[in-house]
Design a protein around this ligand. Structure first.
Ligand code: AMP
Ligand code: ZN
Length: 486
């Protein structure tokens, strides 16, 4: 098998052969969620994309240290240096401690990631757990002369930095234009330059999450945590840094500036950015009010949804788009993914029932090679899935006696599906492969059907709602009723 992996690098705007700094070890840092509210499906898309990338690197035999942080401090409303702290604001609203907000939504995030069958990262550092490291890094940037203090807040001096380094390396934007387009400070700000950003922010009297520092009580700016934690766990320069595309222009641009100022090196060799999940062409976000919660999607409890979709249907839906393409969310697209996923899983289940022939005209090995070729071409999962559908078609025709497969063909088909469906795509059979459970569910679904036939809707609703309460979702369609665990 040829495994020359090529990755699109945002910084060079090219696909490049992946050469780890210290193979077989790979260091990968991905910006994690800000845990002040539930993650929406757009956030999940980014984490599922990096799960695919992580799984594929592991599959190729790399020893990956995957670090994904939890932002639990310092992220202000509107991603700016002033305004309310997202955690304190939510804590006031819910009348709890900010760390209760952090705990609640961290647990919620982990639950959702588990439902989507994503592998946990190797290290999941929190901003609040690394205040000392962030203060050290701010001190270092001050020492090197790329930051200044203004009324207890430390700002990064972008103008000074950009005289020596290319500040807009990642986005290739024109710095002069940027300076001109940025909102006029209007004299109310303590910053010198319009693009300057806070490294450490002086706490106002009402600000709850605060720490002592050489500059008084305050809290870290949003960008410094990723620089401090990535260098702590992966070194000053590591292999892959990832996040959603929306982070490139500010958060990642500032991360690069901080690391360059501190260490005179770029933090990462390959910058990978995932594209956005959209709803009717608009980016899904909390502020746009179009943020579907995973739970709403699984239960179908949302005005835009005609019914619920299982976690693996949604994962499959995400994998059917390349991570650098936008993905538009709709009932129709999810329905198509559900059908596709079922078709694939039904074919996988048939492999053990295939009867081998002595001769065949099939070339399963080349399908497998094309799956690897697709994944080696910047993780092109939709192309690999199209090949898996071709394999499914072959399985069905062998099962129906319309084509012949040798024992070797069948073994390669099994290997192909094991590798791609389970290990690389991280899909799983949602019926649990539990025969007793299947029979029991068939029995309950039958009872509900009888109730419906007798127009006893109270009983049929009671069955559906009762199952939902214990985590089993029923789905009605023209073909009948199916169930899944949510
Ligand atoms: P946040 O919790 O806002 O810091 O976001 C966590 C991650 O989700 C970041 O990597 C964002 O880039 C990503 N993200 C936010 N909105 C979307 C979206 N609509 N589609 C895909 N990724 C998103
Ligand atoms: Zn980050």
């Amino acid at each position: 098998m040829d495994h020359k992996l090529v990755i699109y690098n945002t910084i060079t705007r090219k696909k490049e052969e992946f050469k780890p700094i210290n193979a077989p070890f790979v260091g990968m840092y991905v910006c994690g969620p800000t845990v002040y509210s539930d993650v929406h499906l757009g956030n999940c898309r980014t984490f599922v994309s990096f799960d695919l990338i992580y799984r594929y690197l592991l599959h190729l035999g790399y020893k990956v240290r995957y670090v994904r942080n939890i932002t639990d401090a310092g992220h202000l409303e509107g991603d700016r240096d002033e305004g309310d702290d997202k955690f304190s604001k939510k804590a006031r609203l819910e009348q709890v401690e900010p760390m209760e907000i952090v705990q609640k939504y961290t647990i919620g995030f982990h639950d959702v990631m588990r439902l989507f069958n994503t592998l946990p990262p190797n290290i999941e550092p929190t901003a609040t757990g690394h205040i000392a490291e962030q203060i050290e890094m701010v001190k270092e940037i001050l020492n090197k002369g790329y930051a200044y203090e203004s009324a207890g807040t430390i700002y990064f001096d972008v103008e000074k930095y950009s005289r020596e380094y290319n500040y807009t390396l990642l986005t290739n934007r024109n710095i002069e234009e940027l300076l001109a387009n940025t909102r006029d400070l209007g004299g109310q700000d303590e910053k010198k330059g319009r693009l300057d950003f806070a490294l450490w922010i002086k706490a106002k009297p009402e600000h709850i999450m605060r720490w002592p520092s050489p500059w008084g009580w305050g809290f870290p700016g949003w960008h410094i945590e990723c620089s401090a934690m990535s260098s702590k766990y992966l070194g000053e320069t590591f292999d892959i840094h990832g996040g959603g595309m929306d982070l490139a222009a500010t958060h990642h641009t500032n991360e690069i500036a901080q690391s360059q100022a501190c260490n005179h090196t770029q933090p990462a060799r390959y910058w990978m950015h995932t594209n956005m999940l959209t709803v009717n062409g608009t980016r899904m976000s909390k502020s746009a009010g179009n943020g579907f919660l995973p739970h709403e999607l699984f239960t179908g409890n949302h005005p835009m949804l005609s019914r619920g979709y299982s976690p693996m249907t949604v994962r499959f839906f995400m994998l059917q788009a390349h991570y650098r393409s936008t993905l538009d969310f709709s009932n129709e697209a999810l329905e198509a993914s559900e059908k596709g996923f079922k078709r694939l899983m039904n074919a996988v289940a048939l492999i053990d029932k295939l009867k081998p022939s002595s001769h065949s005209k099939l070339d399963i090995a080349s399908i497998r090679q094309r799956c690897y070729d697709a994944m080696n071409d910047d993780f092109n999962s939709p192309v690999a899935i199209a090949e898996l559908f071709e394999a499914s078609r072959i399985i069905n025709s062998v099962f129906d006696g319309k084509a012949a497969a040798t024992q070797e063909d069948i073994d390669v088909l099994r290997l192909l599906m094991d590798e791609f469906v389970y290990s690389i795509f991280g899909l799983k059979d949602e019926t649990g492969g539990d025969n007793d459970m299947s029979q029991l569910m068939d029995f309950i679904i039958g009872l509900r059907l009888e109730a419906k036939a007798q127009k006893d809707f109270a009983t049929s609703d009671k069955i559906r709602n009762g199952l939902q309460e214990i985590g089993i979702q029923l789905k009605d369609s023209k073909e009948g009723t199916t169930w899944s665990k949510v």
